[in-house]
Design a protein around this ligand. Structure first.
Ligand code: AMP
Length: 402
């Protein structure tokens, strides 16, 4: 399933002011960028717009300043690092109004092929409400709009949706196109067997994803905290493990649905249990491995056990397409990261198309050094989940059709 939207390849922005919405929402500690994957991922589109000879005006949000200027969430450090990565100056248009006097002046002074970065779009209260005034401000400084921010594609904000409706030309960038192509192909026309792996804390967060993936995949693997609501629904004692009692019937329905559709649904057969949740999260912790039907009432299951890890890895071995979202356990703690590590290893070892759905699983895969072994690591956790739910992403829908 290709993306039926106009892209930067369908236009030439020579001499034009082009506003490019990127996802520069990177982790910052004391003004230092600790993970620059999102900056690197944005480079191909920026380079293409520069090569065309456009006046390239970049914008993004960073963190949650909640509609007012917060110096610690300024995009200034991003402009600096981006200049180095791009090999050309990215001028920072410091402006607490984002598109105020300073930014307008910076745009007016631009020459073809130059790049500037606007201040954090969420300094403006209208941004997350898709309010008209800020959308108009953004539209007033550009001739063409490019959306390359997959990470916010599931939200309808001024800087990705509002502005797109106010300009004649609104297209997607290379990163957006790549994200949708990978995820879309995996879900709609996967090379089979197609194995989907879900983990993470809560079943409630992934209800629609489970439901939709059961339609599309051959095998659905469920690990992480969300597996214990399923375990309880199977009638097992789960002790103090994470559980959402309001979703027990839903889990039963999904197990029934898998059976009816002839899909394999793999759940943990053993677990790593602990007595006390570690505090801080990476503190030393005593563990014990038990079968899934032997979780003691006073213990909490915090990782998949070795038998489960092997079963999941074996399933990955025979797959041709694998999509993974959510860790198998409390991976922030090295003792409880083994299940997540073994799944990451299995994905790294296979020739199948492997797609990591952003968020914690992307962080885990990168941390564990398997980043370059995956076919695609999504830059958007929330957006890729909504895509896997089968939802339309407003940020993509707003671009011009082909
Ligand atoms: P999510 O945001 O839903 O992808 O969940 C990620 C979080 O789930 C991570 O912070 C993990 O520590 C946590 N997690 C995964 N497995 C478990 C588990 N068995 N018990 C408690 N927390 C878990």
């Amino acid at each position: 399933m290709g993306l039926n939207k106009k892209s930067v390849d369908d236009i030439n922005v020579a001499g034009k002011r082009v506003l490019c919405r990127c996802d520069f929402n990177v982790p910052l500690i004391d003004g230092q960028i600790t993970d620059e994957n999102r900056l690197v991922a944005a480079l191909p589109t920026i380079k293409k717009l520069v090569a065309d000879g456009g006046k390239v005006i970049l914008c993004s949000h960073l963190g949650k300043p909640k509609g007012e200027p917060k110096p610690e969430l300024s995009l200034a450090p991003v402009a600096k690092r981006l200049s180095e990565l791009l090999g050309q100056d990215v001028k920072f248009a410091a402006d607490n109004n984002v598109v105020g006097e300073n930014a307008r002046k910076a745009v007016e002074e631009m020459k073809d092929g130059e790049v500037i970065l606007l201040e954090n779009t969420r300094y403006r209260a209208e941004e997350t409400k898709n309010g008209e005034a800020f959308s108009k401000d953004l539209a007033s400084i550009c001739d063409v709009f490019v959306n390359d921010a997959f990470g916010t594609a599931h939200r309808a904000h001024c800087s990705n949706v509002g502005v797109a409706g106010l300009v004649d030309t609104a297209v997607v960038g290379y990163l957006m196109q790549k994200e949708i192509d990978f995820l879309g192909k995996a879900v709609e026309e996967p090379e089979r067997p197609f194995v989907a792996i879900l983990g993470g804390a809560k079943v409630a967060d992934k209800l629609n994803v489970i439901n939709n993936l059961l339609e599309k995949c051959d095998t659905l693997i469920i690990g992480g905290g969300m597996a214990y609501t399923f375990a309880k629904a199977q009638g097992y004692e789960i002790g103090k493990s994470l559980c959402d009692d309001s979703k027990l019937d839903y889990c039963k329905e999904m197990m029934e649905k898998a059976k009816e559709k002839g899909k394999k649904l793999l759940l943990p057969v053993d677990s790593v249990v602990i007595s006390e949740f570690p505090n801080p999260i990476d503190a030393a912790v005593e563990t014990e491995v038990v079968d899934i039907d032997k979780i003691p009432a006073d213990k909490e299951a915090c990782d998949i056990g070795p038998k489960t890890a092997e079963m999941f890895a074996n399933e990955v071995k025979s797959a041709k397409t694998v999509v993974w979202n959510g860790p198998m356990g409390v991976f922030e703690n090295p003792t409880l990261a083994k299940g997540t590590l073994s799944v990451a290893q299995a994905l790294a070892d296979t020739d199948a198309t492997t797609i990591i759905g952003g968020g914690d699983s992307a962080a885990a895969v990168n941390q564990m050094g398997f980043g370059d072994k995956m076919s695609h690591i999504s830059t958007g956790g929330g957006a890729s989940l909504e895509f896997l739910e089968g939802k339309d992403l407003p940020g993509v829908a707003a671009a011009n059709d082909k």
